[in-house]
Design a protein around this ligand. Structure first.
Ligand code: SIN
Length: 474
């Protein structure tokens, strides 16, 4: 599968050096994409800049019609996209298909939401003036997207950007450009005018630098690590770029002693092991109240033992490979550190590396303590460390003791305890008796070092709009 990049409605880059995309389950090459740099990125930005006036002048209904067509094409090609997604990213095919439908849902939601960008009339303090707040598209948007959700993290940005009237340049992760390119092919097929959507693959430093320094780019939207997010904040200073950042997480799962344990186990398995633990919102540390600690661990282990690890293309697989060696080594270091400091392994605990592919089994660690690496850093793998606590306030204190604030999970059947806990947690997303809170219509984003802004929901389109206040003298 040798693919090209998409600039100004044309497929280009055949003359550039190639990046080989590999299947993380086998180490085999699955395709190539061009290694573009600053020059191609500049051309893509210019194309987006040129397309902006006409795209932003279309009515919201006209833009919506394009997005509806794009949505339908994604749904029609879902199996084909899911296959490529699994080949380059590794997640099990059924999860890949779920992701493609999740990706489509953002396009659908924002096709509709674009028609509801309302202006506001403000009562004036002077009889001879009228006051209005109107909303306009930010302008050219650069989107930098991650490998863990190669389809959905693109549409969660592209959908609202286009609905708002912005034009866009997408830079997908180097590990997963093929899914992104398939989406760009559907953009073309949907008849979205040239230059409105552009896609470049290649040298991340050069592309990122062009995004951050080119004055035509008015907004940068990024999903990825907190480390890179901080770098983007620094780089954005000179041009005061509008930034949306969805960064790292370190989600706590809190199980209170009145929780329905079946529900808590179901939720913890869903949150922790979705995408093999390689999501920003997956539970990274589990706090269980002492009275139900042993019972929870027993039931949790029984459920987790059934999860099958393997090549995501094989039927029945629940957990695919770890994306790469760095990811694998981090997981391994977290487990080893916890065991060295006194945690015990209930399940798993030993990964395997074969022919450039890395697999880690679902692992449960018990009796972990706050100082351990795994309780301080995002693991991004299928490891569930469990710690005991006594009082509800203690759980909130442990949970908040992190620079991150993306997602948290609470399991309790008691509404008073639940509400108090929800209010005490410094996280942008809370799953209360729910291990899978993400949805196109809900705001997604973090507090503290987990990011700036929200994606999805009514907030998701605001991120691509500027408010203009107009005072009219009569
Ligand atoms: C992420 O891991 O960044 C996205 C997860 C989601 O949308 O649920």
């Amino acid at each position: 599968m040798d693919k090209l990049i998409y600039i100004n409605g044309e497929w280009v880059g055949a003359d550039l050096a190639k990046i080989v995309v590999r299947n993380p389950a086998t180490g085999e090459a699955v395709g190539t994409v061009p290694r573009a740099g600053a020059e191609e990125t500049r051309r893509a930005i210019e194309a987006a800049h040129e397309a902006f006036p006409s795209w932003s002048r279309l009515t919201a209904y006209e833009r919506s019609a394009y997005l509806e067509r794009f949505h339908d094409l994604i749904v029609d090609s879902a199996d084909e996209i899911a296959r490529v997604l699994t080949l380059e990213m590794g997640k099990p095919l059924k999860e890949a298909l779920g992701e493609v439908m999740y990706a489509a849902s953002f396009v659908k939601w924002f096709a509709e939401e674009g028609k509801r960008v309302y202006a506001r009339g403000i009562p004036s303090h002077k009889a001879e003036t009228r006051m209005l707040a109107i909303k306009q598209p930010v302008g050219v948007v650069a989107a930098i997207t991650p490998w863990n959700f190669p389809a959905a993290m693109i549409t969660r940005k592209l959908g609202p950007a286009l609905a708002a009237g912005c034009t866009i340049i997408i830079k997908p992760a180097k590990q997963t450009p093929l899914t992104a390119i398939m989406l760009a092919e559907l953009v073309e097929k949907a008849g979205i005018p040239k230059g409105v959507v552009n896609l470049v693959t290649g040298n991340a430093a050069e592309i990122g630098n062009e995004f951050m320094t080119n004055p035509m780019v008015r907004k940068v939207t990024f999903t990825g690590s907190t480390e890179i997010g901080k770098e983007l904040i620094r780089q954005s200073a000179d041009h005061v770029k509008n930034l949306s950042l969805e960064l790292g997480g370190h989600a706590p799962i809190i199980v209170l002693d009145d929780a329905d344990l079946e529900k808590a186990v179901r939720g913890a398995v869903a949150s922790k092991f979705r995408n093999g633990g390689q999501t920003c919102i997956c539970g990274n540390r589990i706090y269980v109240q002492e009275k139900v600690y042993d019972a929870f661990i027993a039931k949790f282990a029984e459920a987790v033992r059934k999860l099958k690890v393997g090549n995501g293309m094989d039927p029945g697989v629940d957990i695919g490979p770890i994306i790469d060696r760095d990811g694998y080594e981090k997981i391994d270091a977290h487990v080893k550190d916890a065991v060295r400091l006194g945690a015990s392994c209930v399940l798993g605990g030993e990964g395997r590396a074969e022919n450039g592919a890395y697999f880690y089994p679902p692992t449960i660690l018990k009796d972990v303590r706050p100082g351990m690496l795994i309780m301080r850093e995002e693991t991004f793998g299928p490891v569930a460390p469990v710690q005991k606590f006594s009082a509800d306030e203690e759980a909130a204190r442990y949970a908040n003791d992190t620079p991150y604030g993306l997602a948290a999970y609470v399991f309790t059947e008691n509404y008073s305890r639940g509400i108090k806990l929800v209010e005490a947690l410094d996280f942008g997303i809370i799953g209360w008796n729910d291990g899978l809170p993400s949805a196109a219509q809900a705001p997604f984003g973090g507090m503290k070092q987990s990011g700036i802004g929200r994606e999805g929901g009514i907030e998701g389109i605001d991120a691509f709009l500027e408010v203009k206040y107009v005072s009219v003298g009569l």
